[in-house]
Design a protein around this ligand. Sequence first.
Ligand code: HH2
Length: 276
Amino acid sequence: MWPVWQHRGGSFDICKRTLVMGVLNVTPDSFSDGGCFASIGEAVARGRAMLAEGADILDIGGESTRPGSLPVPEAEELERVVPVVNALAGEAVVSIDTSKAAVADAALNAGACIVNDVSGLGDPRMIEVVRRHQAGLVIMHMQGTPQTMQQSPVYHDVVTEVGEFLRQRVGLAVAGGIVPAQIVVDPGIGFGKELDHNLALLRSLDRIAAATGRPVLAGVSRKRFIGAITGREIPDRLAGSLAAAAFAIGRGARILRVHDVKESCDVARMIDKLNL
Ligand code: HH2
């Protein structure tokens, strides 16, 4: 249906197999791995390990977006991510997880190929940056901001509303000169959503793809909804994460954003083969 996802350094064939995007948080406070890879050396080593485990993309982020988190000043985010992007861009397809156009621009200049924007183009300068670099783009839905998003999020019909938001943002990006093949959409699991909202969205990823005409990325790894269902704390959510990842592929996700790359790649390869 969608032969390729274009990014700055080339393209992925997303018909053939599900892509695995490994999470590399260069932050002191991310919800599951904050502080684990805070030095440049630790982050680069973790990135290389994820590549060896089969990651197609490394998603480097310097600002936690966990519920309740505050924005990080631009200079600090730049200081965290740019050296890591620089070190890994020669050996990996790097995605920069940021909502700030200036951080995206600097990371793309340092060799990143994709912008993963959890604010769904909230920064008015983002479209111009992505267009200029011909970068891949992930447009994610979030209700509110990370600081407030879990304070009673409300939807009338979550699947229709998220699909409509993403459809409009894709339209905005294309009107701004971004080629549709550069764009992937993401319903933003856990970003201003209660348990039932997350479940409804995961069950309807195919509707989100149909509403937007674009492939869907799903970020379920270790998230709170898995803890709510299984009763497990963050370090014990691997099985729940893999079950959710397998389900998401079944409902149409073409890219998985994960912390546990080796296990997620096994799941992706199994489901891809079974679906042939
Ligand atoms: N989830 C997180 C961060 N970025 N990007 C996309 N496209 N989709 C997601 O679901 C998504 C994302 C949150 O996870 P993590 O990076 O592990 O935590 P933190 O935001 O605390 O750094």
